[in-house]
Design a protein around this ligand. Sequence first.
Ligand code: MD3
Ligand code: FE
Length: 212
Amino acid sequence: MRGADDEPDGATAAGFRLLDGYLARPAQAALVADVRAVVAAAPLYRPAMPRTGKPFSVRMTNCGPLGWVADKVGGYRYQETHPVTGKPWPAMPAALLDIWHAVTGAAFPPEACLVNWYEADARMGLHRDQDEAATGVPVVSISLGDDARFRLGGPARKGPTRSFVLHSGDVVVLGGESRHFHHGVDRLYPGTSTLLDGPGRVNLTLRRVTVP
Ligand code: MD3
Ligand code: FE
């Protein structure tokens, strides 16, 4: 159950929408099958922080024409090929395109779906998404598997934040001002979902990269 304290409120951000339980269990299971097919073609790899080379605790892959990658020398960027195999990313599954169009109403498709695979102890530090030229287009996030504590701040690194729990099947639309807000994943709650074979969480982030 979610209480008032772990819900974002209207004051959090214009354009932020949490679609609680948007995907029913069969749709979640179908997406997991899609993600497993993507991972079979484009294996999960562990990105590294630019300059320091510190490895991410989250493993990643992508589907769609562009993929987000990070490494010590090249920094954060989008590219058309997998950094390890050198192959083009697999096509974006139709179900993801359908969700994108349903929740954004956009006339154009997303170009990148970043697959974030969290093991039990993985997390993601507070950051902003700013590698996309299409700054005015929302980001869409889909959560699958174990619950996670998500943190949302504001435009400034040091401003106040609030946190709430994302559950399997939740879809978040980051539009308007919220598109540029700081955010991260504090922790997982391993074993809270039976969707995956074991503990873990998959987050799918759909993004438009180039200006439509
Ligand atoms: C708020 N992923 O991949 S998704 C990321 O759960 C990322 O894996 C997290 O942050 C995850 O960059 C959070 C929700 C999300 C995505 C983009 C946002 C929240 C956002 C952009 C602006 C503000
Ligand atoms: Fe992000």
